[in-house]
Design a protein around this ligand. Structure first.
Ligand SMILES: CC(C)(COP(=O)(O)OP(=O)(O)OC[C@H]1O[C@@H](n2cnc3c(N)ncnc32)[C@H](O)[C@@H]1OP(=O)(O)O)[C@@H](O)C(=O)NCCC(=O)NCCS
Length: 191
């Protein structure tokens, strides 16, 4: 997009994004997405829907490769065997390091009611499809995310195949999405 529209053209599109319940996702796409993409840290994918010959910016997600750390004593989950087959044991931390894809940002665009044109499930379908395409080329099968301890968010991820594997307290200064008291970590295997 930057190559074809130029950075100011892309910025113009991104600046129209709004997500009042998730200030972090709004700030990220407006202030950091382009820089992180240029530096190869993350890649942000914007999702457009066509309505009456107009393209509407309906949502986005940001993904990045990241090592997932799983404590040795986490309860058994049905994907544990697959996960451990990819893992390296870290004796210092008493847990497993697993190469994975992190969904770092995920939000519909609430500006001008654009959110009406996509559901969270549809956005997740596109996100997982994109990750699957990348994994088909380079390998890997684990995807994970962190979300606030909020029922609707956990439920969205659960019905899209994610399993909660642990949680952590908020880090100091960490921006919060809503009023959850901790961050829930959830993962799934993409087959
Ligand atoms: C999360 C999201 C993709 C789900 O989309 P969806 O499945 O189509 O569901 P909706 O947008 O209709 O939201 C469902 C409910 O969750 C609530 N909700 C959504 N995001 C929320 C958040 N961050 N904090 C608290 N509640 C939230 C909505 O207000 C709505 O509540 P209601 O049913 O009482 O009106 C979308 O709501 C969104 O983009 N939210 C903002 C970004 C976000 O929170 N991302 C997750 C970061 S982990």
């Amino acid at each position: 997009m930057i190559k074809s529209l130029g950075e100011s053209g892309v910025n113009k599109i991104l600046s129209s994004f709004s997500s009042p319940k998730s200030p972090d996702t709004e700030e990220y796409i407006k202030d950091r997405a382009i820089e992180d993409a240029k530096r190869g840290i993350t890649q942000t994918h914007i999702v457009l829907a066509e309505r009456n010959n107009n393209w509407i910016f309906v949502g986005y997600f940001t993904v990045m490769p990241k090592t997932l750390f799983i404590e040795a004593n986490i309860p058994t989950i049905n994907t544990k065997k697959t996960i451990l087959s990819l893992a390296t044991f870290d004796s210092d931390r008493n847990g497993y390091k697993v190469p994975a894809t992190l969904i770092a940002q995920f939000s519909k665009n609430f500006s001008n009611n654009a959110n009406r044109y996509i559901s969270g499930d549809e956005l997740m379908d596109i996100c997982l499809g994109t990750i699957k395409d990348a994994q088909m080329l380079i390998g890997g099968c684990v995807v994970y995310l962190e979300c606030e301890n909020i029922y609707t968010l956990k439920n969205l991820y659960k019905r899209n195949g994610f399993i909660r594997f642990t949680s952590r307290p908020h880090e100091e200064g960490e921006k919060r999405t809503g009023s959850g008291d901790k961050m829930i970590q959830m993962l799934r295997i993409i087959e």
